[in-house]
Design a protein around this ligand. Structure first.
Ligand code: UD1
Ligand code: MG
Length: 471
């Protein structure tokens, strides 16, 4: 039988130092919220050890919003929301967890995580777990050494057991200790239940410290990690940007190792949900978000933003383009400065040029829209060439209407299609036309007014420096 583990995530704190009116667990970072990282790390860890995990996210500040987010984004997990009425300290938060989660007392182990350590992964949790098991310990705490221990609880080791002394309560001598507490623990549930009851608030902060559960002469161990990075806490805007920097490097370096040419790992933002195949080139200052997939041989030039889109093999996205919910077929070229809005579906070898906007439109193989156009609510057949300055007039103030253009047609520059409208196959629409009637297959349509030219009449209109000198 697999071990039952209860995961307590302490997320009731105010997060005052962040300076924003968003509960700290909900602060956004690389497409997720801070709290999501802790939940995901714990879930990965439980899965990799085949543990039977149940989650309790201790909420307090903005509790409804925190719970709503978690329910929406982690619907695949069993999660309860114990409520801590007053933020009386980390031990009090864990008491709320045991009080409000009836299943928690029946677990074999209790893993405690904070909601503000986004760099933590299942790797550190696994190390901690293995140490607990190997040493048959009653509890383990993750620690690390740092030249700047200020603010952290210090680890005081004994021949058997250890204590954590909080900064406020530490003696001058204890403050010199550089091994500090990360706030990540695994307890035998029986042990922590026994200990929690006796934790008091007789300390400088007047708080119930969970760290008081660790004692001299008991079977508890600190597990000292080599790197501080996975435990980096986010308590301030500066720490948030440090975490973002580390996370971005981690993602970019792992992509580089898998054969993606991330040209500048310090200035490229790729969310962990994005999938990129080997043999793809990503230039600096790109932001790749959400459920985006980029296939091999694609190139994404600088300053491009891509959200929830699929980019097929051999595509070239030129600089400063903005794509959202778009499908870009094999060997397409898009941009520079193109905007592909939701519902864009480009077949292979489509060419979208500069200052072109496409929305909810299907463009078949080898369509070309090279300059300054808007194609919205449209179906465009294979090989259609659309000239410069084309507009689908898709909206009548009430509803959106469809423009259809059949394959192999040629649409001249500066034309407008007043939708709903159907242009047949192999049709030709002359430049400067406003088309409000259907054009049949092989039809030719021209709607501009006839040109009038008057000889020598320019002098009546040319003034100032343009005036034509007489004689
Ligand atoms: C805690 C540890 C300290 C450690 C540090 C690592 C204690 C007493 N101290 O201090 O040894 O070095 O983390 O970062 O545990 N929370 C609640 N309810 C509360 C208080 C806190 O849910 O009443 C939550 C917070 O939202 C946060 C976590 O617990 O996610 C840690 O609380 P925080 O106040 O940040 O503890 P530290 O002072 O950082
Ligand atoms: Mg903290």
């Amino acid at each position: 039988m697999s071990d039952k583990i209860g995961v307590a995530i302490l997320a009731a704190g105010l997060g005052k130092r962040m300076g924003v009116d968003i509960a700290k667990p909900l602060i956004p970072l690389m497409g997720k919220k801070l709290l999501d990282f802790s939940i995901d790390a714990a879930a990965d860890f439980a899965r990799s050890h085949s543990l039977n995990a149940q989650f309790g996210v201790v909420v307090g500040h903005q509790k409804e919003k925190v719970a709503e987010h978690v329910k929406l984004h982690h619907s695949d997990k069993e999660i309860s929301f114990p409520f801590q009425k007053e933020q009386l300290g980390t031990a009090d938060a864990l008491r709320s967890y045991f009080n409000d989660c009836p299943w928690a007392k029946d677990t074999d182990f209790t893993l405690v995580l904070c909601a503000d350590t986004p760099l933590l992964t299942s790797t550190e949790l696994s190390t901690l777990w293995e140490e607990l098991k190997t040493n048959q310990a009653k509890a383990v705490a993750a620690s690390f050494k740092t030249p700047k221990p200020t603010g952290y609880g210090r680890i005081v080791r004994f021949d058997k057991g250890f204590q954590i002394v909080e900064e406020k309560d530490a003696s001058e001598e204890q403050r010199q200790i550089t091994e500090v507490n990360s706030g990540l623990y695994i307890f035998e549930t029986k042990m922590i239940l026994e200990n929690l009851a006796s934790i008091d608030s007789n300390n400088k902060a007047g708080e119930f410290y969970l760290t008081d559960a660790f004692k001299k002469d008991s079977d508890v161990y600190p597990v000292c990690f080599d790197s501080e990075t996975p435990f980096l806490g986010v308590n301030s805007p500066v720490q948030l940007s440090n975490a973002l920097h580390q996370l971005k490097l981690r993602i970019n370096e792992s992509l580089q190792a898998s054969g993606v040419l991330v040209m500048d790992k310090a200035h490229t933002y790729i969310e962990p949900t994005v999938q990129i195949s080997a043999g793809t080139t990503i230039y600096p200052n790109c932001f790749l978000h959400g459920e985006t997939t980029i296939e091999s041989g694609a190139t994404v030039e600088p300053g491009t933003i891509i959200k929830d889109s699929v980019i097929k093999t051999g595509v070239l996205i030129k600089a400063y383009s903005y794509l959202e919910n778009a499908l870009v077929g094999e060997s397409c070229q898009v941009g520079p400065y193109a905007r592909l809005r939701p519902g864009t579906d480009l077949g292979e070898k489509v060419k979208i040029g500069n200052f072109v906007e496409v929305k909810k439109a299907k463009l078949e193989k080898a369509v070309s829209v090279s300059h300054l156009s808007y194609v919205g609510d449209a179906e465009v057949g294979e090989n259609v060439n659309i000239g410069c300055g084309f507009i689908t007039c898709n909206y009548d103030g009430e509803a959106k209407h469809l423009t259809k253009i059949g394959k192999d047609s040629f649409i001249g520059s500066d034309t407008q299609m007043i939708a709903p409208i159907n242009i047949g196959e192999r049709a030709f629409v002359a430049s400067g036309s406003t088309i409000n009637q259907d054009v049949p297959d092989e039809g030719f349509a021209l709607s501009r007014s006839r040109q009038v030219t008057k000889e020598k009449m320019a002098s009546r209109f040319l003034k100032g420096k343009w005036a034509i000198k007489k004689g």
